[in-house]
Design a binder for this molecule. Structure first.
Ligand code: SIN
Length: 283
């Protein structure tokens, strides 16, 4: 097994292993690399759904996403992200991840890690970016670190309540009230969380899901969020991945935010299988 860093801020590619067939010793090394690099890219993997699910289960209990309409027909833990259409209907979500976020931060028990497997990739577009939230926290001024200490942020799935994000056409059709019905209750988490495995502190908010800061008046909270959101998206903290066919990526949502960059031209297909592993309550 060879582990090659992909940038100096996060990410490493792992060469020479089949993730469907790892002994305990090799898996422990993979897990160590995951904590060190935060995103791992396994090249050339052969992963029918049951093998992807089995590998994900080695990291913990799988979660089932609330968006039921994108589920794989044979495996409810797999979500299909795809711009493919059959009989005029998308067979998966064409726009999942189109604003910076950390998976399921709008629930009490957000995602530990996400695994995304590239089954079909476009020639152009469809990249993914990750930003390092340890780095975002570490580079704040001491004064800002003290200001954030003890603050909590509110996270919601409901796009209609978040002026920082667009509501895609497909959701406009559902209607505001119906959409609010399928959105789970909000979650409130520390604005700075401690990674349960490394003990390091990471900034924990995002444009997509965070809508306010509990302890502050609306105007002051929104101004602070604007400042932190601009800070967390600095190019220096970001690695951008151009997918190769049959790449499997896994990333740590406890210390990263990520973005599906889009830009796939009409007529080209991006088709991915996503699995999420349940984490624990942020503290
Ligand atoms: C996601 O947000 O989980 C999807 C990222 C991507 O499709 O690039």
């Amino acid at each position: 097994m060879q582990i090659n860093p992909l940038s100096d801020v996060l990410g490493a590619e792992v060469i020479g292993i089949d993730v469907g067939n790892l002994d305990e010793v090799t898996f422990d090394k993979v897990h160590e690399a995951f904590l060190e690099h935060h995103v791992l890219v396994f090249r050339d993997q052969n992963l029918p759904p049951e093998r992807q699910v089995a590998f994900a289960q080695r990291f913990g209990e799988l979660d089932v996403h609330i968006q039921k309409d994108n589920k794989h027909s044979g495996h409810e833990a797999i979500q299909v992200l795809s711009n493919k259409k059959v009989n005029g209907e998308y067979i998966g979500s064409p726009s999942a991840g189109d604003a910076w976020h950390s998976d399921l931060s709008y629930t009490d028990i957000p995602t530990l890690c996400t695994m995304l497997y590239a089954m079909e990739i476009p020639e152009v577009g469809g990249d993914t970016e990750w930003s390092n939230m340890y780095r975002a926290y570490d580079t704040l001024s001491e004064e800002m670190k003290q200001r954030l200490d003890g603050l909590h942020a509110r996270h919601t799935f409901n796009r209609f309540r978040n002026p920082r994000v667009e509501v895609p056409e497909i959701y406009k059709g559902i209607g505001k009230e119906r959409y609010a019905d399928i959105a789970p209750p909000d979650a409130v988490h520390p604005l700075v969380r401690t990674h349960p495995e490394t003990g390091r502190k990471a900034l924990y908010l995002s444009e997509r899901f965070t809508i306010g800061i509990e302890e502050l008046e609306e105007e002051e909270g929104q101004a602070l969020m604007d400042e932190l959101i601009a800070h967390q998206k600095q190019r220096d903290f970001i690695y951008r991945h151009k997918w190769s066919l049959h790449d499997l990526t896994i990333w740590d949502n406890r210390c990263l935010i990520h973005l599906a960059c889009g830009g796939v031209p009409e007529g080209q297909i991006r088709h991915m299988h996503r699995v999420i592993v349940r984490g624990d309550k942020p503290y």
